[in-house]
Design a protein around this ligand. Structure first.
Ligand code: FAD
Length: 323
């Protein structure tokens, strides 16, 4: 039975995040010929509405309020809850990002709805919606089946393929009024720690370094390899604790959970807490001078060697191939 499904488009630095397009694709699957309604908030919403349509949204709603110019958990929760109450969608899909994680729980509580968080797969079998999600830090997967009632889920970046962009797709874009009250936070300014580069949680290729990288400068060769591959640099907690890398790049149980197509672990031993954040990568390559390092147990390809020799060789070789 066809459904109406609402999708939050998340904007970062003037662009829609890739996971928003993946959320539209998941919503299309659930809608089954019904309607996918995009929802955009923030000062740049109007300029990105057409992009949501090009990726498959049938129409886009832009709630307007001065308090929605910048993200606040309070403001976004109130606006989205009001849209849900007016539009009455049968499904709501958000990306499993910092924002998605924060507001999905609040919206679910306000709507007294169930929430499937961090879905990595979706199957539609007739009237049954089967979501796959990791449990026990990614060591196992469970399937959640929804047979009736609203479908509310967050989807992990890089797991559900986005639709092809269709420049000719058209749809209605509407500005709507919402009421925002008792806002407890007002954003005065946003200061970014780093500018540009590939976003770690959405990167298709990650070159990650551990304590074996030995210094902050050691990370330069990892950045060079990542640049040649169009990827991002990540780190183990060992590297962050030692001050070689910023904690914002930490991957693992207490860091970011990533699922790139290719994960290259350099000088990382493969502690269970690190593996929890990267074991669902499609291909894992480990470079470690210790042949007994546990990282080799999860790796598809292993190189036993000194990373300071191996990484520059890989960079040179990839440069040669990509020219
Ligand atoms: P090490 O374990 O010291 O490994 C360094 C590796 O580098 C070794 O295998 C060594 O053989 C290799 N090496 C050294 N020199 C070279 C060289 N020249 N060339 C090639 N290889 C070399 N860790 C995380 O990563 N993420 C988390 O989110 C996280 N959360 C945690 C949460 C809790 C509650 C706890 C208790 C721990 C957590 N940890 C986490 C820490 C985790 O247990 C490990 O201590 C950490 O992952 C180790 O980092 P590492 O592999 O870089 O360092």
């Amino acid at each position: 039975m066809s459904k109406k499904v609402l999708v939050l488009g998340e904007i970062r630095q003037g662009e829609l995040r890739q996971v928003s397009f993946e959320a539209i694709a998941a919503a299309k699957q659930i809608a089954d010929g019904g309607e996918v309604v995009g929802l955009l908030l923030g000062s740049e919403a109007a300029t990105l509405a057409d992009t949501m349509i090009q990726y498959g949204a049938d129409r886009v709603l832009i709630p307007e309020h001065p308090y929605l110019q910048s993200y606040t958990s309070d403001g976004y929760t109130q606006a989205i809850t009001q849209v849900v109450e007016t539009e009455k969608p049968e499904g709501i899909i958000l990306g499993h990002t910092s924002i998605g994680k924060e507001i999905s729980a609040r919206i679910a509580a306000k709507l007294k709805a169930g929430l499937i968080s961090d879905a990595v797969g979706l199957e539609v079998n007739g009237d049954e919606f089967v979501f796959t999600r990791p449990i026990y830090s990614g060591k196992a997967f469970e399937k959640k089946v929804i047979k009736e009632g609203p479908i509310f889920a967050t989807i992990r970046p890089n797991n559900i393929a986005a639709l092809e962009k269709g420049e000719s797709r058209t749809g209605e874009v509407s500005l709507i009024n919402v009421e925002i009250k008792d806002l407890r936070t007002i954003v005065q300014d946003v200061i970014r720690k780093t500018a540009g580069g590939v976003d770690l949680s959405e990167a298709k290729i990650i070159v990650s370094g551990g304590r074996g990288v030995k210094s902050q400068e050691g990370f330069t060769i990892l950045q060079e390899l990542a640049d040649v591959l169009g990827g991002a640099v990540g780190a183990s907690r060992g590297a962050c604790d030692a001050g070689y890398s910023d904690y914002s790049l930490q991957i693992g149980q207490t860091g970011k959970v990533v699922t790139p197509d290719l994960y290259i672990a350099c000088g990382i031993s493969g502690a269970i807490q690190h593996v929890a954040g990267m074991s669902n990568s499609k291909i894992i390559v480990a470079i470690n001078k210790d042949p007994e390092a546990p990282i080799f147990k999860v790796a598809d390809y292993g190189i036993v060697g000194d990373l300071f020799t191996v990484v520059p060789l890989l960079t040179e070789e990839f440069k040669r191939i990509t020219i």
